[in-house]
Ligand binder design. Sequence first.
Ligand code: TXA
Ligand code: MG
Length: 336
Amino acid sequence: MSKIRFAADVIRNGGLVAFPTETVYGLGANAFDETAVKRIFEAKGRPSDNPLIVHIADKDKVRELAAVIPPVSVMLMDAFWPGPLTLVMHKSPAVPPVITAGLDTVAIRMPVHPIALALIKACGLPVAAPSANISGRPSTTRAEHVIEDLFGKVNVIIDGGSADVGLESTVLDVTVNPPMILRPGGVTAEQLESLLGGIAVDPVLSIESTESTVPKSPGTKYTHYSPKAKLIVVEGDLERVACEINRLIEVNILKGLNVGVLATDQTKHLYPGAKVISAGDRLNPETIASNLFNALREFDRTDVQLILAEAVDDSGVGFAIMNRLSKAAGYNIVRV
Ligand code: TXA
Ligand code: MG
């Protein structure tokens, strides 16, 4: 029996399978099996009011899950599926409320990773899958990360190497006009804009927004992606950022703290006083997206108590990088 077949049988029998996707690893269960879906929430320690994305391997399956398929979503599926785009549509009665946390909408995605597609196809069922991490921790982009968080809590972990995109899918609400980005991700706002002409962005995503703004995507209200150490993001002109980070290194070393810096290939030599990890290449921000969660988890394996992170430009995939970094820092952002 092939390994995929084995994992698919585990899902069909109500078990949990962690599997690679192009964005992050997912923790999958049969989307139509309420008991299995509840096990996902238990394994992750996930609040039950945070709905799950349903994964499919064939565009036609949307018809089973959505009550209405807006014409704009057909354009979006043609352009970006399979890939890192999740579409929020009105749900059909077939989708159990445990998936949608009682909302009347359902989030649907067709991943492009060959293992994810093969697994969902072999199940012959839609697969509910959040990111395969303990709730609140950085998402998992390698099988080792999944083992760290979920070993013993899931039936199968499929190792597919490093996730390519490294950040989760873009969540786009197509029940409104123009469609609204609820979570920035692998498909950029610019890509959506150029296809659709206009898109909206949930106001809660502006970094300045206060805690009192109610997000439309329930998951965006929780503290997320947090490494064990305290994290501060420093934003502004790069030279000033480096100066401020060096000042903060000095101040905090005097306080007796072990300090780390999340830098980039271009700046990693600037902080001799700290444990430095490069997230990637500023000229190729996709490398930063791909390595961000891994870098945060790498700090967890050191004795660093405070991480100072350089901000990146928030255009393109930078929007999603800054969204994850700001949340990981609990919006602790210094502007220079
Ligand atoms: O890339 C991804 O999307 C990964 C891989 C595994 O596919 N999955 C993922 O799932 O990131 P999760 O559960 O970690 O994040 C799902 C996000 C949450 O912010 C959740 O609130 C939102 O999607 N969401 C799910 N259903 C929704 C709905 N009906 N309306 C609005 N937001 C929804
Ligand atoms: Mg998640």
